[in-house]
Design a protein. Structure first.
Length: 166
């Protein structure tokens, strides 16, 4: 399928979806789902442009990684609710790190790009993991860990006691 056919097909699908929504046959608000997909589409188009090798510059990988990461974040929040943003906001910090990491991996850049990706990614990663841990019920998680650890101590002590009796 060439570019004109693909573009026409996409336009027909989007236009048909809008018409179905206009006649009340589809109850989803198209724009609420469409705008994160546009961001993802632009990011993936940069990725495809680089990997097709049509004279594309490796610098396309950085905005591609940024836009895909941000698009995924927005899409998750649109689908599951904007309260999720309280946990996923560090993805905005991680986005440039992902783009820089792609640049380092696929274009064999010098280690300075990797160092920058590591610093920014480390900061974003710490915040993301911290937010995920904070969103989990810590008392229940800690309770399960303590009970499991206590059972291991008891079973280990029981095994040692039976070894000494034999």
């Amino acid at each position: 399928m060439d570019k004109k056919n693909l573009t026409g097909f996409i336009l027909v699908l989007v236009g048909g979806w809008l018409l179905l929504g206009n006649f009340g046959l589809v109850s989803i608000n198209v724009w609420n789902v469409l705008w994160p997909l546009i961001i993802l589409g632009v990011g993936f188009s940069f990725e495809f442009a680089y990997f097709r090798g049509e004279g594309a510059k490796p610098g396309l990988l950085v905005p591609a990684g940024i836009l895909i990461t941000i698009g995924v974040n927005f899409l998750l929040n649109v689908i599951f609710g904007w309260h999720l943003m309280a946990v996923t906001w560090p993805l905005f910090i991680l986005a440039p790190a992902i783009g820089l990491l792609q640049l380092y991996i696929f274009d064999k850049q010098d280690s300075g790009v990797l160092i920058a990706a590591g610093i920014v990614g480390g900061i974003g990663g710490v915040f993301l993991v911290g937010n995920i841990i904070a969103s989990i019920n810590i008392s229940a998680t800690l309770g399960v860990i303590l009970v499991a650890g206590g059972l291991l101590f008891i079973l280990n002590g029981y095994k040692e006691k039976n070894k000494s009796v034999s």
